[in-house]
Design a protein around this ligand. Structure first.
Ligand code: PEP
Ligand code: MN
Length: 329
């Protein structure tokens, strides 16, 4: 923690600050820095509460925390081994594919089987859809649990499903392998706490326009509440066409470097167009993504939601081929 002083700071103010810092951060060692005071060696979990106490004191201009002090668990994640279950990142690039939402049984099962044959490692299995419009299709809800359970049995593939409310977690966890926290819910802290202690792997999307710090703080919530297997997913800032398509690939790389966690890219929601999604997926793979969360199905033209950005199975198969072929060369 770096505490920068006002130029006018007095010796008494500095002494008072050191006393309060010692009380708020037991074990902290104080050192000097140009124009300020450096505190280290304290429990980082105490920093968030100590900052407002200290920054309010006379003589303090600003306080800066080191990254290891505001997201210690996310930073320490790189010392953990990359997980192998339910998604085996150790073996290489991961494709999570499926329609935007589960709509009805026959087409979902057909998509699940075809996508597996085309190289998918896990299935998108969304029953609850957080939609920008309250009039838009909201997903089929728990009525779809038996459909996705059938798909899992038929294909043997793990299921990735979005939880939009804490009350869904238990039931979804009984069938699904990975709980997805969508972009709109990245800042839903109660949902993060509940998903963290669900015992399931969690996939955390970056919210539209969220900074790296906000994204990692949400990851920190999940880790603090027990998430053993956490994967991040960059999905870009686009919601409606007024936002340009694109992924923040520099942020994806930075998140990967800082945390060591697997980081996926979502070429579908970041482009809203299947032709652009294909190109974006290749670009993300080249930029170092550990895998893709991509919309693909046997019948994009019949989808009630996001059909325009959904790849056909044939295109998905071309995509897996193109990415895997580059990687094995
Ligand atoms: C999704 O992946 O199904 C989804 C709704 O995406 P996002 O949360 O990124 O909008
Ligand atoms: Mn979608």
């Amino acid at each position: 923690m770096l505490i920068r002083f006002e130029r006018s700071v007095s010796r008494e103010e500095k002494a008072a600050l050191k006393r309060r810092a010692a009380a708020a951060l037991p074990g902290a060692k104080a050192g000097t820095a140009a124009g300020g005071l450096v505190l280290s060696g304290f429990d980082p979990a105490l920093a968030a509460d100590a900052v407002p106490l200290l920054e309010n004191m006379a003589g303090v201009r600003e306080i800066e925390l080191a990254r290891e002090e505001w997201c210690p668990l996310a930073c320490a994640a790189k010392t953990r081994r990359t997980f192998t279950k339910p998604l085996n990142f150790r073996d290489g690039f991961i494709f999570i594919a499926g329609p935007c939402a589960v709509e009805e049984e026959a087409s979902y099962l057909a998509s699940a089987l075809a996508l597996k044959a085309a190289g998918a490692h896990a299935l998108r299995a969304a029953l609850f859809k957080p939609r920008s419009s309250p009039y838009a299709f909201q997903g089929i809800g728990f009525a779809g649990l038996k459909i996705i359970a059938k798909a899992k049995k038929l294909t043997g593939l793990p299921l990735v499903t979005e939880a939009t409310d804490t009350r869904q977690i238990e039931k979804l966890s009984s069938v699904c392998d990975v709980l997805q926290i969508g972009a709109r819910n990245m800042r839903n802290y109660e949902l993060l706490k509940e998903a963290g202690c669900s015992g399931r792997a969690v996939l955390l999307k970056r919210a539209m326009h969220a900074t790296l710090k906000e994204w990692l703080l949400s990851a920190e919530y999940l880790l603090k509440h027990g998430a053993g297997n956490l994967v991040l997913c960059e999905r870009g800032d686009a919601v409606f066409s007024s936002d340009g398509p694109g992924l923040d690939l520099a942020m994806l790389r930075e998140a990967k470097k800082i945390t060591g966690l697997p980081v996926l890219a979502d070429p579908s929601h970041s482009t809203r167009d299947r032709a652009l999604a294909f190109t974006m997926a290749l670009k993300a793979a080249r930029a170092g993504a550990d895998g893709l969360l991509v919309e693909a199905s046997v019948s994009p033209q019949a989808a009630r939601v996001d059909g325009r950005q959904t790849l056909t199975v044939v295109t998905f198969s071309r995509l897996t081929g193109a990415i895997l072929c580059k990687r094995t060369r």
